[in-house]
Design a protein around this ligand. Sequence first.
Ligand SMILES: Cc1cc2nc3c(=O)[nH]c(=O)nc-3n(C[C@H](O)[C@H](O)[C@H](O)COP(=O)(O)O)c2cc1C
Length: 167
Amino acid sequence: MNDFLHLCAERRSVRRYSAELPSAADLQYIQDCVRLAPSAVNFQPILFRYLSTPEQLSRLWPCYNREWFQTAPACFIVYRNTQTEWVRRFDNKPHGDIDAAIAIEHLCLAAAERGLGTCWVCNYDPEALQAAFPAPEGHTAVALIPIGHPADEPKEKQRKALGDLFF
Ligand SMILES: Cc1cc2nc3c(=O)[nH]c(=O)nc-3n(C[C@H](O)[C@H](O)[C@H](O)COP(=O)(O)O)c2cc1C
């Protein structure tokens, strides 16, 4: 059974989308996969805001000023809850970013399985995002995840050899 390896190999960062919104069934499936993501101490300090109206999206675009970003028919803002995330007491390292990253990758892989494209976006302007969409109390944005039907076929990116990753 190589299904998961195949899914990992087929997922791409998609940077061009068609106008069609993800279906309600696809969104439900993706949300179910996100909900099952592990988190430190099972604190689940994550929150997803889904933007899909033209008004919301046009307010979002200035936060990440790329032409391709404007082709996405919908986008998630992913937050970590800095009040409830687990903090390692030895060195006070907060783990909400890690929890959010795991949940986001569940989202991206679930979307890929349904034929949808996504792309992590962290290179947005955090101040502009906060002004356009104030974060819920106690939360900080971690990433934007545009989602939609791919309108092109991104090429496979090179990865390091196994020997460079594991020792
Ligand atoms: C934490 C993180 C942040 C990223 N931020 C951006 C971004 O701001 N803009 C962008 O176009 N791609 C962004 N990417 C996508 C990466 O460029 C992409 O995953 C990488 O080049 C590998 O390509 P692939 O996803 O198609 O395999 C980000 C990816 C990760 C994991």
